[in-house]
Design a protein around this ligand. Structure first.
Ligand SMILES: Cc1ncc(COP(=O)(O)O)c(C=O)c1O
Length: 414
């Protein structure tokens, strides 16, 4: 349609069909698949041994308490969200003895789960990094698919650093440190706090120490994405070790936290963005500017998920229940690694499959090629992202043998 409004064509005729999201699209494909053997190994959400979504008991209990609370209302939250949730969230990540928290040097706002926290953080950095800093972000290769768009939309030039070594299916630490050493000073470096998605490969404690020194030396701005705290090892403190190492060394850093996986609050969109600064005064000013990012984006965040998370973290009984359930979820995923490994070994599939046991967290990065993955989808009705990432959480003792049989077939015949 022309601006004169004369044509009968839609003014949207020129709009192109967008490709489906590579991760969300997997679940759409799985839903549409009529085969009864179908498996969804694309989904980044915990499933029970029966393949069902799981609502944590601590979460159900917290919801009941919220419902029964006569003080509960549906008023707007402040722009920065639920203050108690923010306090508990940053303490969860930085630790109860964090010097930065004690000195009130941390600005925290509630945001829309991990994605929204990353987006608000990227926007803040893009506007408020010193003028002399380049707007460049370094992402691991590979990384969670959304990182590129999030930082790209915020005006960053996106670059990659080497991360995954296809030969060893482990960390390419030499490549990583070489690429980050060569980064222009003032670049942002995105680091997965634990349980790297999609590879399940994390730096060791000693390697984190070296990365800390490198970050300091090269004057990079560390941005931690913490989407799996407690979900990786079952231990909330162990999974926060890298973030705490950097914060306690006195570095200024940015931290996006998600409660999607570790509290099973996927659709509730509970997350927090923290900026660790050098002083209380700077933190206060940073928080005021974070609010200016949020206000024209969505005004203020949703209340229910944060209210649940605040109760679960803040109530000693619910907190203990939560940690018990977290350990249980992490344990089931680890057990699936062993079951799958045994099943693969039993079929004498060529190659070293021990990476299945070594990788950490929800995913295993199999190294299967695109054509092998396509054959898994088409012939075996096993739905996964075509980069070869499988969700260990989507697997059960009953389905692991079927997956191993399918992998044996595609390795031999794709
Ligand atoms: C590495 C990483 N970051 C962030 C997210 C964001 O998740 P959400 O926005 O659901 O909290 C995910 C989810 O899969 C992730 O894997």
């Amino acid at each position: 349609m022309g601006p004169d409004g004369q044509s009968s064509d839609s003014m949207w005729e020129q709009v192109q069909q967008a490709p489906p999201d590579p991760i969300i699209g997997v679940t759409d494909g799985w839903r549409a698949d009529p085969d009864p053997r179908k498996l969804n190994l694309g989904v980044g959400a915990y499933r029970t041994e029966e393949g069902k979504p799981y609502v944590l008991k601590a979460v159900r209990e917290a919801e009941q308490q919220i419902l029964a609370d006569p003080a509960m209302n549906k008023e707007y939250l402040p722009i920065s969200g639920n203050a108690e949730f923010n306090r508990l969230a940053r303490t969860l990540a930085l630790g109860p003895n964090s010097p930065a928290i004690r000195e009130a040097r941390v600005a925290t706002v509630q945001a829309l789960s991990g994605t929204g926290s990353l987006r608000v953080g990227a926007e803040f950095l893009s506007t408020h990094l010193p003028a002399s800093f380049p707007r460049i972000v370094y992402l691991p290769n590979p990384t969670w698919g959304n990182h590129k768009s999030i930082f790209g939309k915020a005006g960053f030039q996106v670059r990659e650093y080497r991360y995954f070594d296809a030969a060893t299916r482990g960390l390419d630490f030499g490549g990583m440190t070489a690429d980050l050493t060569a980064a222009p000073p003032g670049s942002v470096v995105l680091l997965h706090a634990c349980a790297h998605n999609p590879t399940g490969v994390d730096p060791s404690r000693e390697q984190w120490r070296q990365l800390l020194e490198l970050t300091r030396r090269t004057r990079l701005v560390p941005f931690f994405d913490s989407a799996y705290q407690g979900f990786a090892s079952g231990d909330l403190d162990a999974d926060a070790a890298a973030v705490r190492l950097f914060a306690e060394a006195g570095l200024e850093l940015v931290l996006a936290q998600s409660f999607a996986k570790n509290m099973g609050l996927y659709g509730e969109r509970a997350g927090a963005l923290s900026v660790v600064t050098k002083s209380r005064e700077v933190a206060t000013r940073v928080e005021s500017q974070l609010k200016l990012v949020i206000r024209p984006m969505y005004s203020n965040p949703p209340m229910h998920g944060a209210a649940i998370a605040a109760r679960v973290m803040g109530d000693p009984k619910l907190n203990a229940m939560w940690q018990e359930e977290l350990r249980g979820m992490a344990k089931r995923i680890k057990a699936m690694r062993q079951v799958l490994y045994d099943q693969l070994r039993a079929r004498n599939i060529p190659g070293d499959w021990s990476f299945v046991l070594k990788q950490i967290g929800m995913f295993s990065f199999t190294g299967l090629s695109r054509s092998q993955c396509e054959m898994l989808v088409k012939k075996w009705h096993i739905h996964l992202t075509l980069d070869g990432r499988i969700s260990m959480a989507g697997l059960s003792a009953a389905t692991a043998p079927y997956l191993a049989e399918a992998i044996a077939d595609v390795v031999a015949n794709a």
